[in-house]
Design a protein around this ligand. Structure first.
Ligand code: ATP
Ligand code: MG
Length: 422
């Protein structure tokens, strides 16, 4: 029979590499908590309308990337393509607003029907944060510094922060008109998607991944020249605060992002040697989103990082990932059933005391059990044969030094415990 394979664009994270994902998640928990972020876990599927309203009808995500389905009662549902909309829904549903800034983070899978390639999957993992309740530009700088510091502390130093402002509802319309006018005579030269974007939301053309389209946009008027004085002032303050934190950034007036909810600040973190999928994190301000989802006018800002791309980036610079937790004790019984039973019980006792321990259920030869202990990177082995059993001792061998000691039964447990949990 033909074997069933993982669905196109999805991948298994296997036991020998899952430590990378765990490292990045743990690092995030550690660093986010320094900034006061609390974890939130929202469902993997939501009503379609949440994303259509939140992300915007004209975006690639809503037009062609969502995994939508009807459930058995005909509800229109969707696997989440991103994290922000669900977090905002939960924020409103549970009245999470308080007087200070509500700081939330999440981690988990996102689903987008995209063309699979290196760094682009149909299921990928994001770690993201949302800081809700302040429109101050210093918060933008703090959020950018958070993602920046995360990468430095995770060991990825060669990163570039790209910054832009997409203005507000007052000035963006005017810029769109200017842009449309500038592009109108050339519009047929762009790809069919861009021609559609020209009509739906001309800003989206900047988000096209096709190099020719990007070249045509080289001469296009810059959004940062067109935004209103308030948005200009906001951007200037964000920059001033980034300077204060000594964070280098590059202005990129084409950085409009693939979601319609952004206002003012947008940013991306680029690791350029990843090739075309080089954005390892991206985010921005969304001062209108909560209102659009039925809440008050509450401003916010956030970002999401792509874990698979970060793994690719760190692998490319030869990152030494933390080892999987190693095994403290490997118990080897050779000979009688009695020796095996003694160690079977001891294995349980070690585990109950928080000490990792393994035993060979098949009771193979000493040589093969030692091989397994080596493979499992056991720090020490306990060997019990009939001779030792008679004398009431075991052999305790350190796998690092090879030193082997005879230990009395009654001293064994406490001695190992003291070594492992000093
Ligand atoms: P891109 O421009 O590369 O398509 P995006 O703008 O669609 O990215 P966001 O929606 O901002 O990306 O998602 C945040 C981060 O999640 C991205 O910076 C990227 O690192 C990662 N990401 C997005 N889509 C994918 C995907 N299909 N596969 C793997 N990682 C992804
Ligand atoms: Mg995308």
């Amino acid at each position: 029979m033909e074997k069933i394979k993982a669905v196109r664009g999805t991948k298994d994270i296997l036991p020998h590499e899952v430590n990378k994902w765990q490292f990045l998640e743990n690092k995030a928990r550690e660093i986010f908590s320094l900034y006061g972020y609390k974890e939130i876990r929202t469902p993997i599927f939501e009503e379609i309308s949440l994303f259509v309203r939140g992300i915007g009808q004209g975006t690639d995500i809503v037009r062609k990337e969502m995994y939508v389905f009807d459930d058995r009662k005909g509800r229109k549902l969707c696997l989440r393509p991103e994290g922000t909309a669900g977090v905002m829904r939960a924020f409103l549903e549970h009245n999470l607003a308080d007087n200070s800034i509500t700081k939330l983070f999440y981690t988990g899978p996102m689903f987008r029907y995209e063309r699979p390639q290196a760094g682009r999957y149909r299921q990928h993992t994001q770690i993201g944060v949302e800081a809700i309740g302040s429109a101050e530009p210093s918060l933008d700088a703090e959020v950018i510094s958070l993602v920046y510091n995360y990468f430095i502390l995770a060991g990825l130093e060669n990163i570039q922060v790209e910054l832009n402002s997409v203005g507000c509802e007052k000035c963006r319309g005017k810029y769109k008109d200017i842009l449309k006018e500038a592009l109108a005579k050339n519009v047929t030269a762009f790809c069919p998607d861009c021609q559609e974007r020209f009509n739906l939301n001309v800003l989206r053309m900047f988000d096209c991944k096709i190099p020719e389209c990007q070249n045509f946009l080289n001469e296009a008027p810059k959004i940062t020249d067109a935004i209103c004085p308030d948005c200009q002032a906001h951007l200037a303050e964000v920059k001033a605060h980034l300077d204060l934190l000594k964070i280098n950034y590059k202005m990129n007036p084409r950085l409009v992002r693939g979601l319609d909810y952004y206002t003012r600040t947008t940013f991306e973190i680029i690791f350029s040697s990843l090739g075309s999928q080089n954005a390892i994190a991206a985010g921005g301000r969304y001062d209108k989103l909560i209102h659009e989802l039925g809440g008050d006018e509450i401003p916010g800002i956030g970002f999401a990082m792509g874990v698979e791309r970060i793994v690719l980036a760190l692998d490319s610079i030869g990152k030494k990932w933390p080892e999987m937790s190693s095994l403290e004790v490997y118990n080897i019984a050779v000979g009688s059933q009695k020796a095996y039973e003694y160690l079977f019980e001891l294995t349980n006792k070690f585990r109950q005391s928080g000490i990792s321990c393994e035993i060979d259920h098949r009771q193979r030869s000493l040589k093969s059990q030692l091989k397994t202990a080596d493979k499992l990177k056991a720090k020490r082995v306990i060997i019990l044969g009939d001779q030792e059993l008679e004398k009431g001792i075991v052999l305790l061998r350190s796998m690092n030094t090879g030193v082997q000691r005879e230990i009395k039964f009654e001293e064994l447990f406490d001695l190992v415990k003291k070594e492992v949990l000093p």
